[in-house]
Design a protein around this ligand. Structure first.
Ligand SMILES: Cc1cc2nc3c(=O)[nH]c(=O)nc-3n(C[C@H](O)[C@H](O)[C@H](O)COP(=O)(O)OP(=O)(O)OC[C@H]3O[C@@H](n4cnc5c(N)ncnc54)[C@H](O)[C@@H]3O)c2cc1C
Length: 661
């Protein structure tokens, strides 16, 4: 008998519809889908996967899109073409550290073979073709008959039908990379290969199989709940494919929640430079105050983009990575009428009002500016540093230290930041080793003493870090339950003695690079008060005001002490409130709306005048005319006799008497 859950699943299956061919360019929505696709083609088809990271606001992305689609259609069955909208699927672009658009990635057998940024059609075509040609070798099938024939000749004792079936099933049903690898292994062992058959087009086969499975269904009455669930998933996937295909067929681009900036005739009220937690919190507050702020920042950027692991210390936000938090903030800001200009600001002119903001494609004006461009960590620039970021190498001990609780970690640096990081980590890690390239610390005496006196902290003097090394570790993936993904994890740090040149290694699970930060303030250098390191200095009255009226600073660009997402978002909210107050005090409203309203008033007034002249109003609408008081006519003297000379008086009286009757 069916249980209730099984019955409702079955009902759902009966209702769901099928089946569509895959769209030429598949739109990937999240990291789980991306990982699943790469894995699927590694294990089942061997086809290369090409990924186009794009954004609606990027001109070169729009230019190359038709050519990409054409290529995808032409190479159907030879390569898999996908696209990722960086404004939607920030978890994918964050994990892939995408910094500019368009960026193309090329995967083969689960490995990234190449990546480039920019709309270069030649490079795109060349890499896609090369990988597709290379992938043809996987398009083979080892049949049971051929394998038996091979064993007969080379290892008759191995002929066991059940085992052969098992071996072929393991290699993958119907051919593909598993069969190719099996043949390679046999060749290595016996010095000979079994005969291989060229396979049918792998992608078509893949699709055909799905269609057949979907059509056949699980035999609803006999199916278990698990089978029904799997079937439902399959059908939902097919449904999604159908939708993708329909969207592509109608050539309608998906509507982005983001509204893009277009320059108007009047100055904006609030321009926010930077789209990290500070800038986006400012945008949410300013937008909700009806100020329609413009956020200017590249689509990818900010420190949280590099945080592929979970952010665990942002209140009320659990189980999300850095890019996911930023994506949600962007969405929230966009919902309240924030507009986005996805470019770097090259220059801001504060010398006259309204201020002028310049990017490499446009210039516009704004009455207030909120600077929230953050501060980038300084990195060592050594081998393995980029590879193991998020897998042990970090620049934020407060943020990531807890992930390495009870483990051995290292801190690289000799200034105040390194000392603070070492002391923070000593509270949770089992051992902290500080690596410093000199024989004394640059840090303040008090901090240095605390480090030197801490039992959990060891210092290695005169050592430079030359390389990070690690291994692949399977961890539960962010998305699908039960699935794992391979992460590059740090295991070893290679050192060199600055005095003797001697090489050494140190084992650890995390290394914190604490050699300072660079505030992103180059574009406003010398234009407002900054400290020696380039941080914007606030006015000192507890607000976010800077040395220039109408310019406010929020987040890490003005904070070298706390440097957290939550503190940045907090100061972003403060900056928006400060800007709103400043605009009110200055009496600056929505000039565009005011001008429009004025124009409408004038037009209506004009129309009313014309109408008055041309239209005959109904009497009721006419102004009541003032009646001239009537002049009393002097009463004509009554004739007393008629023409015949007889008296009239009696006649009138007679008539009156008659009327009364
Ligand atoms: C590895 C790592 C892990 C972290 N983990 C955590 C954590 O778990 N929890 C936590 O609270 N904090 C964490 N932090 C710290 C946190 O990310 C920062 O404190 C926070 O992101 C700062 O926010 P912000 O908005 O000031 O700057 P950012 O987030 O750095 O954003 C700066 C923005 O300005 C833009 N920008 C820069 N220059 C320009 C320009 N010229 N024109 C236009 N735009 C520009 C950038 O593209 C970006 O959009 C981590 C930091 C790092 C490096």
């Amino acid at each position: 008998m069916f249980g209730t859950a099984t019955a409702s699943l079955a009902a759902l299956l009966v209702c769901s519809t099928l089946v569509a061919a895959r769209p030429a360019v598949r739109n990937l929505k999240n990291l789980a889908e991306f990982n699943k696709l790469i894995k699927h083609h590694k294990e089942n088809t061997g086809l290369p996967v090409i990924v186009d990271f794009y954004s609606d606001g990027c001109g070169p992305c729009r230019q190359i899109a038709p050519m990409y689609k054409k290529m995808a259609k032409a190479m159907k069955g030879k390569a898999v073409f996908t696209k990722v909208d960086v404004n939607f699927a920030r978890d994918i672009s964050g994990a892939q550290q995408i910094r500019s658009m368009p960026t193309f990635q090329f995967y083969s057998m689960g490995k990234k073979k190449h990546q480039f940024s920019g709309g270069d059609p030649n490079q795109l075509q060349q890499w896609a073709q090369n990988l597709a040609t290379d992938a043809e070798k996987y398009n083979v099938q080892l049949t049971k008959d051929n394998l038996i024939a091979f064993y007969k000749e080379n290892a008759p004792d191995k002929i066991d039908e059940a085992k052969i079936d098992e071996l072929l099933a393991k290699a993958g049903e119907g051919g593909g990379p598993g069969h190719y690898k099996l043949v390679k292994k046999l060749n290595k062992k016996y010095g000979k290969k079994p005969e291989l058959l060229p396979n049918e087009n792998l992608m078509d086969k893949d699709e055909k199989k799905k269609k057949e499975e979907a059509k056949a269904g699980p035999g609803i009455k006999k199916a278990t709940t698990e089978e029904l669930k799997a079937e439902l998933e399959l059908r939902m996937e097919a449904e999604q494919d159908k939708k993708d295909q329909e969207a592509e067929d109608s050539d309608e681009e998906e509507v982005s929640p983001i509204k893009f900036f277009s320059k108007g005739d009047y100055a904006e009220r609030v321009a926010i430079v930077g789209a990290g937690p500070a800038g986006l919190a400012a945008a949410i507050y300013a937008a909700r105050a009806g100020l329609r702020p413009v956020v200017v920042a590249p689509p990818m950027g900010g420190q949280l983009q590099g945080k592929g692991v979970m952010v665990e210390n942002y209140p009320a936000v659990a189980g999300v990575t850095g890019p996911m938090i930023v994506a949600d903030m962007v969405k929230q800001a966009a919902e309240f009428e924030t507009v986005f200009l996805q470019e770097l600001v090259d220059e801001v002119d504060f010398s006259s009002r309204p201020f002028t903001i310049k990017t490499n494609t446009t210039t516009f004006q704004a009455h207030t500016v909120i600077l929230s461009t953050g501060a980038d960590s300084r990195w060592l620039g050594i081998e393995g540093e980029h590879k193991y970021r998020g897998g042990g190498v970090s620049s934020c001990a407060t943020c990531d230290g807890f992930l390495y609780k009870d483990q051995e970690v290292i801190v690289i640096g000799g200034g105040d930041t390194a000392m603070e990081d070492a002391l923070v980590l000593a509270r949770t890690s089992s051992k902290v080793t500080v690596i410093h390239r000199r024989d004394s610390f640059r840090a303040s005496h008090v901090l240095a003493q605390r480090v030197l006196q801490n039992d959990k902290i060891e210092v290695l003097w005169n050592k430079t870090t030359v390389k990070f090394e690690g291994e692949k570790v399977a961890l539960p993936s962010d998305g699908t339950e039960g699935e794992t993904e391979e992460i590059d994890s740090l295991t070893t740090v290679h050192l060199k003695d600055t005095a003797t040149g001697e090489a050494s290694t140190i084992k650890c699970t995390a290394a914190f690079v604490a050699i300072g930060h660079i505030p992103n303030t180059k574009f406003v250098e010398g234009k407002l008060t900054m400290d020696k390191q380039g941080y914007v200095v606030a006015k000192g009255d507890g607000s976010t005001k800077t040395s220039i009226e109408g310019v406010f600073a929020a987040g890490d660009v003005a904070d070298k002490v706390y440097r957290q997402a939550i503190t940045s978002a907090g100061s972003g909210a403060m900056a928006a409130l400060d800007a709103e107050r400043w605009l009110s005090e200055e009496g600056i409203g929505d000039e565009a709306a005011e001008a429009e309203a004025e124009m409408m008033r004038e037009l209506l007034a004009e129309a009313a005048m014309e109408e008055r002249e041309e239209t005959e109003y109904p009497d009721t609408y006419k102004e009541p005319k003032k009646e001239e008081p009537k002049k009393e006519e002097p009463a004509a003297e009554e004739p007393t006799v008629d023409d015949n000379g007889e008296e009239i008086v009696e006649e009138v009286e007679e008539e009156a008497a008659h009327t009364e009757l």
